[in-house]
Design a protein around this ligand. Structure first.
Ligand code: SF4
Ligand code: SF4
Length: 307
């Protein structure tokens, strides 16, 4: 008879996902790694405060007897936003994970809960560094670009993790791993226009990454050292993932496309408030999960329209 954890992992595989289960005692390792980078001054302070300081490595109050962490990789596509402007169409990509991020997280949480609940186990949400967790659990491997790759998915995936009170007697916790292929490949480093992927250290210089800047609120202008021609996505950046040979089978995978008329594009470029946009525009933004970034669209879209 299959154990509860075996049954869960099998169920995830049947859906095309992949998962690993690690002991909740590994939280300490995750905390040490993230805080260690900070203590050693290896992470830009602004990046740390905005992107890493919110992690929570404590067992949640809602599940004080949590014993394990279940981490799952779900294949995810790119999406497209098309903006009409001056009689032409500007098609911009949204990288995997921007669209339906919360829906995907919820879907995985529901699946795990449906399987574990009848067996008397409960789950709780995490606030953890998911890439690091996936790599140390054996689910994924880092690329030189510090993105997490999973066999059969490339880097076109979303990670989800939950706590559970299901015991974990044995896990596959391991040291941080970089893909074997990266040893003789520097394609992402050479393609990255900002120098964020350094030749003398593994850790990304995250403060140089375009993503860090184009996800910021729209009233924060791009730093002057970012050349407008470097932008390649409406939000995020795909230069280092598109050039990666590990992703060659997934590059054409685009799902979800919304088109904005000249009038809608003009309003977005002007940065008008959400409540002044038509219901139809708001619906399109919702479908692309751009409500959160609506206030950044004027700046982000502007670099493509004006260049
Ligand atoms: S482009 Fe090359 S070095 Fe970069 S992550 Fe992919 S395989 Fe590794
Ligand atoms: S996402 Fe873009 S800016 Fe960031 S490391 Fe990759 S190529 Fe460089």
């Amino acid at each position: 008879m299959k154990s509860c954890s075996e049954e869960l992992l099998l169920h995830l595989t049947e859906r095309g996902f992949q998962g690993r289960i690690v002991s909740a005692r590994r939280l300490h390792d995750l905390q040490e790694a993230i805080e260690g980078f900070h203590r050693k001054g290896l992470v830009d302070e602004e990046f740390y405060q905005e992107r890493l300081a919110w992690f929570d490595f404590r067992i949640p109050d809602s599940l004080p007897k949590a014993k394990s962490i279940i981490v799952v990789a779900v294949p995810r596509p790119q999406s497209q936003a098309v903006f009409k402007w001056n009689g032409e169409s500007q098609t911009l990509i949204l990288p995997p994970t921007y669209v339906a991020y919360d829906d995907t997280r919820k879907m995985v949480e529901d699946i795990v809960e449906e399987i574990l609940e009848p067996k008397g186990h409960r789950i709780a949400r995490t606030k953890l560094p998911l890439k690091l967790l996936a790599v140390r659990s054996g689910l994924g491997t880092y690329g030189r670009n510090n993105i997490c790759y999973v066999v059969g998915m490339g880097s076109f995936l979303q990670l989800v993790a939950v706590y559970s009170d299901m015991p974990c007697h044995k896990d596959s916790w391991r040291k941080v791993q970089m893909m074997k292929r990266c040893q003789n490949c520097h394609a992402c480093r050479l393609k990255c226009p900002t120098g964020a992927i350094a030749s003398d250290r593994f850790l990304l210089c995250a403060e140089r990454c375009i993503v860090f800047h184009n996800e910021k609120p729209g009233d924060i202008p791009f730093p002057t050292w970012i050349d407008p021609s470097w932008h390649n996505c409406l939000v995020g950046c795909l230069h280092c993932q598109k050039i990666c040979p590990e992703n060659k089978d997934f590059l054409q995978w685009i799902e979800g496309r919304e088109q904005f008329s000249e009038k809608e594009t003009a309003l977005l470029l002007c940065g008008v408030a959400l409540d002044q946009l038509s219901a139809q525009t708001v619906r399109k933004l919702k479908k692309l999960d751009l409500i959160e970034y609506q206030a950044s669209l004027s700046r982000n879209l502007g670099v493509f329209i004006r260049r």
